[in-house]
Ligand binder design. Structure first.
Ligand code: SF4
Ligand code: SF4
Length: 408
């Protein structure tokens, strides 16, 4: 991983993963463990044990969360509380799936006022995969604060591909239409889709002819922060909605279909067959990882390698909002490096060196570039870097050892 302070990180993904690979379907499981956020109290459940449910039937009616709908027809066998890394302790309905065709289509929503769109997003149980918030609540917030620009995030999970990107590439028109609906709901005038690489889009995309502008995010991380800066520079505030949430809003409005599935990208060196999968809520994470060829000893992270949550237990179910599962190889042997990454040493160095790089080289054997090796000779030994280092590292010595050739 390459690190560049002050200008963001420029990480590189490890392991093969095609961003534009098709989204695969997995065989339906016999049992789903459907998360029902906000329904721990029986008053907020719409079904009880033993009930037969139809596909898309609401399972819960929570006050503060989005309702959960049944991804398939079946029977509710029991309720079980699961300690989920993304949701916390959450009540799940154990659904014994009954084989059968999809539920019949419902009529489209005719009244498309901001309030009606918000209600459609709420009833469809749509979760924004970027913020983890119910979509209706996010749109309400954007409307209240008068956000003038709205962005559908389809740039993946830095630096890996992600479900937001795969969902957009597999159904770009639905995302674009849903983004327009979301903008109508919150009153945003300007729309765009943030993508990693527009060349991955295999369909014609004529901006201005009813389609929002495609904007590429750069390679720097955190990508959203740098992307948002471009709007700030124009004096604009921008709201972000996940591409999957946009597409789900389109399906809710046009077909009356609630959000019951998510596109999950499984990536990283810890799997043999990385790819994108369309899975219903409640699908066992273990089955998803088995389909991807999880390697022995790999660590599983839900979400970004920077901000994601470790999955301590593969028995947890896939939930709405889960879009990226990273399987990382077993931890490499590294000595702990006390540097907190504050950058003060570099800020005070009169020779404009990056002393923490030499300390990391000394501690962990991190490779130094030719330029860094040559620059070490400029060190005047003033020890300003050591004076400001909150970790108390022997930085001057680390730089000096490089010039003397005494490093690992
Ligand atoms: S000791 Fe060397 S690296 Fe540290 S601040 Fe002084 S010149 Fe820079
Ligand atoms: S001052 Fe110390 S803690 Fe901060 S970046 Fe430099 S080496 Fe790391």
């Amino acid at each position: 991983m390459n690190v560049e302070f002050f200008r963001g990180l420029r990480p590189q993904a490890e392991g093969p993963a095609r961003r534009d690979a098709p989204v695969r379907e997995l065989p339906p499981p016999e049992t789903l463990l459907v998360p029902m956020p906000g329904a721990r109290h029986a008053a907020f459940r719409a079904v009880k044990e033993g009930d037969a449910v139809a596909q898309y039937q609401p399972l819960s009616q929570p006050q503060t969360a989005a309702p959960a709908c049944s991804p398939a027809a079946g029977t509710v066998e029991e309720f079980r509380t699961v300690d989920h890394p993304l949701l916390g302790p959450v009540l799940c309905a154990v659904l014994r799936v009954k084989p059968g065709g999809p539920a019949p289509a419902r009529p489209p929503l005719l009244a498309r006022t901001p309030e009606a769109l918000e209600t459609a997003a709420r009833n469809a149980g749509i979760l924004d995969e970027c913020s983890g918030e119910p979509l209706y609540r996010l749109l309400k917030t954007f409307r209240r604060f008068g956000v003038p620009a709205l962005c559908a995030w389809a740039a993946g999970e830095e630096p890996f591909p992600g479900g937001t990107e795969a969902a957009f590439l597999s159904a770009p028109a639905e995302t674009a239409s849903g983004l327009r609906l979301a903008a109508d709901s919150c009153g945003a005038q300007e729309c765009c889709v943030a993508v990693r690489d527009r060349r991955l889009l295999r369909v014609p995309w004529t901006e201005g002819a009813g389609l929002p502008e495609l904007r590429e995010v750069g390679a720097r991380v955190p990508a959203w922060a740098f992307f948002e800066q471009r709007f700030r520079a124009r004096g604009l505030r921008v709201g972000r909605v996940g591409a999957q949430a946009c597409a789900a809003l389109y399906r809710a409005v046009e077909r009356g279909v609630p959000q019951v599935e998510t596109v999950v990208t499984v990536a990283g060196e810890g799997v043999e067959r990385p790819g994108h999968f369309r899975v219903p809520a409640g699908y066992p994470l273990r089955a998803l990882l088995e389909a991807s060829g999880l390697k022995e000893g790999a660590r599983v992270v839900l979400g970004s390698p920077f901000t994601g949550a470790a999955a301590p237990d593969e028995t947890i179910p896939v939930c709405l909002g889960m879009h990226t599962v990273l399987a990382l190889p077993h931890a490499r042997e590294r000595r702990p490096f006390a540097c907190v990454g504050c950058g003060r040493c570099a800020a005070v160095c009169p020779e404009r060196l990056f002393p923490y790089r030499y300390a990391e080289h000394r501690e962990n054997g991190a490779p130094l570039s030719h330029a860094e090796l040559a620059a070490a000779a400029r060190c005047g030994g003033c020890r300003c870097c050591e004076a400001v280092c909150p970790a108390g590292l022997a930085l001057e010595e680390a730089v000096r050892l490089v010039t003397e050739g005494g490093t690992p």
